[in-house]
Design a protein around this ligand. Structure first.
Ligand code: PRP
Length: 211
């Protein structure tokens, strides 16, 4: 059996993903969610897990540094890569939404300044709606932008809605549903077809048990 390298980001999604992977019978004895280690191997040496920044997961997979990546659809939409997207893991569910102050007007005649970690998605969304924008790329704390007058609206991930609520903002429009996808390096899929298909089959079985 050829070793599969899987890239993902640390955090809540990783905990859920690892639970799912361990349901396939694999076990990572060293893994715990507070560990600072970045590389884990299961006890039977079938899977090597590497932890990278979420936005870098598709790059590791495209370049073949990882065979498989587990990453949010938001990341894939913002910066598409040459990889196969083969499975929805149904975890990390949230929405990519436009948010702002209650009653903020978004009309074709408006010229909006938009703060976002997702400038490409935001630009495409407003272009589609014939709304002219000035897109401001931020790397976090995006909800702050309308509060200090830097942007009219934001385009960001909304999961529980708590961050918006605590900052006096609301969802103005939903753009797309997001969840974690399984992506695969194209060459790996040709070379390690059996291992990858077997791994996905086990993941599907784990997902069904969970449902
Ligand atoms: C994400 C997102 C929102 C928040 C939404 O931020 O950008 O700010 O989570 O979650 P909620 O609807 O459950 O409140 P993240 O925690 O990644 O931090 P960041 O703002 O530093 O990117």
């Amino acid at each position: 059996m050829k070793l599969l390298t899987i890239a993902m980001a640390k955090g809540r999604v990783a905990d859920e993903a690892i639970q799912l992977i361990e349901r396939t019978g694999l076990y990572f004895p060293d893994y715990h969610n507070e560990s600072r280690k970045l590389l884990f191997t299961d006890d039977r040496k079938h899977i090597k897990l590497i932890f990278v920044k979420a936005v870098d997961v598709p790059t590791y997979v495209e370049k073949g540094a990882a065979d498989i990546g587990l990453v949010g659809k938001d990341v894939l939409m913002e910066d598409p890569k040459e990889v196969y997207e083969l499975m929805d893991l149904g975890i990390g569910k949230c929405k990519l939404s436009v948010a702002g102050f209650v009653g903020a007007e978004i009309t074709e005649s408006s010229y909006l300044s938009v703060a976002s970690k997702y400038p490409n998605v935001a630009k495409a969304y407003f272009e589609e709606m014939n709304i002219r924008t000035d897109i401001i790329k931020l790397n976090g704390s995006v909800e702050l932008a309308p509060l200090i007058g830097m942007a009219d609206v934001i385009v960001d991930i909304v999961e529980t809605g708590t961050t918006l609520k605590e900052n006096g903002l609301t969802v103005l429009a939903d753009i797309v549903d997001i969840s974690v996808k399984l992506i695969v390096n194209k060459a790996s899929y040709a070379i390690k077809t059996d291992e990858i298909q077997q791994f996905m089959k086990h993941l599907y079985a784990g997902l069904e048990v969970r449902i």
